[in-house]
Design a protein around this ligand. Structure first.
Ligand SMILES: [Ca+2]
Ligand SMILES: [Ca+2]
Length: 135
């Protein structure tokens, strides 16, 4: 006698796997200073990653490799090589976990070479801080 798996069970299992993958992504996304503009695309190469399509972009890989923690070490890197630090792109230049003043969304995607007109590099940021701290 041939035993067949009910197709309904397979569908339910696939849905559960996809929901689990999306939940993991959202939990990790909450660790970034800002993520509303690009959402999953901050770390992934597709807009709605599933467990089968959850390929990471360069920033997502760096985030994972650093233990999925947002900190200064990750903020000062330029994972996508576009000339803007990860911190500048996601709204927390020094990576202290506090969103920079006046910033409400990512200025550009930290995993895509899309930042070509940055006027706020590390040197400029240092000069701005010096203006306010007097040092
Ligand atoms: Ca960058
Ligand atoms: Ca970028």
């Amino acid at each position: 006698m041939e035993r067949r798996l009910p197709i309904g069970s397979i569908v339910v299992a696939l849905v559960i796997l996809n929901v689990a993958a999306a939940s993991a992504t959202e939990t990790l996304m909450d660790r970034l200073p800002l993520s509303a503009r690009f959402s999953c695309l901050n770390c992934h190469t597709v807009a709605a990653p599933t467990s089968a399509t959850a390929t990471l972009n360069p920033f997502g890989a760096a985030f994972r490799d650093g233990g999925s923690v947002w900190d200064n070490a990750l903020a000062v890197q330029d994972s996508d090589g576009d000339g803007c630090t990860n911190g500048a792109e996601v709204g927390d230049i020094d990576g202290n976990g506090q969103i920079d003043g006046g910033v409400t969304e990512e200025s550009s995607n930290p995993g895509v070479e899309d930042c070509s007109a940055s006027v706020l590099n590390d040197a400029t940021w240092g000069q701005l801080k010096a203006m306010f701290t007097g040092r």
